[in-house]
Every structure is written in structure tokens, then in C-alpha cells.
Design a protein around this ligand. Sequence first.
Ligand code: ADP
Ligand code: MG
Length: 143
Amino acid sequence: MAIERTFSIIKPDAVKKNAIGGVTAKLEEGGLRVIASRMVRLTEAQAKAFYAVHKDRPFYGDLVKFMTEGPVVVQVLEGENAILKNREIMGATNPEKADAGTIRKLFGTNIERNAVHGSDAPETAAQEIAFFFSGADLAALAR
Ligand code: ADP
Ligand code: MG
């Protein structure tokens, strides 16, 4: 199994719930390491671009509004099989359907306000990391 990097966002609902530490602890307990982290307030243009893949979905407008309503924490996570592992630790998109002990079960509110984003494949992980972090940032932080 290869060491991978993936991209995570602690969404505005979880930041508002004072759960940055709680979410990060679940990631760390699951074997992932935070190698870059920054708190940002997304602009409408950034949220629209980040979620452009969903632009034709009925929830797109509300999603952009939600993601810009308050600060988020953008993170790069590293570990064995990190992309899939992060998705497991996150749980299902709908917190009601997420397994017990997952981040979305613990900290999510509903299918929209579901506490975290996580990349779903190597290509999207690379794109999403590059959206928020420069190669220079990551090189400076490498162990
Ligand atoms: P995931 O975040 O699990 O990869 P998607 O990529 O399908 O899920 O959707 C992106 C985000 O859009 C979700 O995390 C959630 O915030 C929101 N979303 C997805 N489906 C819905 C829906 N049916 N109604 C409202 N918001 C949704
Ligand atoms: Mg997705």
C-alpha cells in the first residue's frame, strides 16, 4: 500500500461547533497525519470553482452559500492509502446513514451540513491540494 496525500476541508458547520480539534483527532486516530493546514474564509468564486463538478445539481447554490457562511480549515492529509482511509473515517455523505464513530455521524447535521469534505480519487486529491496549497508550501513542510 502506498503513502498517499489527500485533501480535507473542515466545513463551516464543524468550525462553528468548535469541532476543529474533534475532527482532526478522528483523522489522526485513523492513522492520517496533517501535513498542511490553514483556516480560510472561502469567497463565492472559490466555492463555486471548487465545487464546479456539481454545478448542474439542484443543491449547488445552497452548497456554495453554506461553504462561504463562515471560516473553514483546509488540510492536506498523508498516510497509507490516505484517500480511501479518509473517506472511511468521514462516513457517508448523509450523516444519518453514516456508520457510528465516523466524523459525519459525530459532527454532521444533515446531508448538506456534513462537517467535512474529502477527495474521492487520486486525480481529485491532486487537483484539490493544488487549489489551496502551493508546491513550495508542501516542500517546506515535508518531513
Ligand atoms: P461527498 O462530500 O460525500 O463526496 P458529494 O461529492 O456527492 O458528496 O457532494 C458534495 C457536497 O454537496 C456534500 O458533501 C454535501 O455538503 C452536499 N450535498 C450532496 N448531496 C446533497 C443533497 N442531496 N442535498 C444537499 N446537499 C448535498
Ligand atoms: Mg464528493
